[in-house]
Ligand binder design. Sequence first.
Ligand code: IPE
Ligand code: IPE
Ligand code: MG
Ligand code: MG
Ligand code: MG
Length: 304
Amino acid sequence: MSLQSYLEQQRQKVEARLNELVPQETEPPDSIHRAMRYSLFAGGKRIRPIFCLEAARVVSANATGERTAHADPADLEAIGCSLELVHTYSLIHDDLPALDNDDYRRGKLTCHKAFGEANAILAGDALLTIAFEVLATLAHTPGEVRAALVAELAHAAGTVGGMIAGQVMDLEATNQPVTATLVEQIHCAKTAALFRAAVRMGSIGACASAEQLDALSCFAEHAGLAFQIADDILDVESSTESLGKTAGKDQAQKKLTYPAVYGLERSREIAARHIAQANRALDPFGSSGARLKELAQFLVSRKA
Ligand code: IPE
Ligand code: IPE
Ligand code: MG
Ligand code: MG
Ligand code: MG
């Protein structure tokens, strides 16, 4: 199957499941459910759930003995959805006037523009909360695995090397002198941490061995960093129309980005180097890692 068909098929699977996991718009209080679903179903790439599911597939393809005993396909999908729920919350809050103050997201008005700031804050909070409910209530996954998944997601979204840490550093770095170490730290925390969690949670859900988990974590750290470098490059080179979010915002807001530190050409080279390192980490999986490699390449060659 072509990468494009695969992405489309997986995206549809994730969206169908998200639709089941989040209360319908008619559920009272309907204003919050409308705001949550507005942002969640505005057309994201669903790339984190897709990485999660593909990592699980790679682990299962390389399983020996009883380790696949509790890899349930429906639960794996729900695990993937928990990442998309946290990701969408992070976007809603990232766009708030107090953070990046953006008017467009996923080709539509941002949540706070459409529903007001209070509803946008609460919609983000609610998506975050549902993510953990989804993990806690996985139907066919043993309790200790559910606890490990909750811990993994909480850590990746948190303040010690996680998404919030990255967002704080991102805000504090505005207007500061540019440094290579700091920009890497910010990007690893604000974006790569959740990517890493996506791959690790799929792997944990599929009962990966410690060695498999290490290899896939290394893959995801490099791929996740390359993904945010590509996001920085697209902000400079692409248009608001094709991105579905305001282009050129990073420079206007004096954000610490890879193009700001290295320029576009070197940023592209650094991203490519991280993809190569990500791919090398998949060597132990042989040909079963081919799709993950293709996905990693997509992260840096995408146009939106
Ligand atoms: C955008 O993420 C924010 C970053 C962390 C770079 P995506 O590019 O995955 O956004 P969607 O989900 O497809 O809208
Ligand atoms: C977003 O980084 C990281 C998040 C944790 C949401 P950006 O601020 O660069 O993301 P976009 O460009 O607004 O999607
Ligand atoms: Mg931001
Ligand atoms: Mg932003
Ligand atoms: Mg950006």
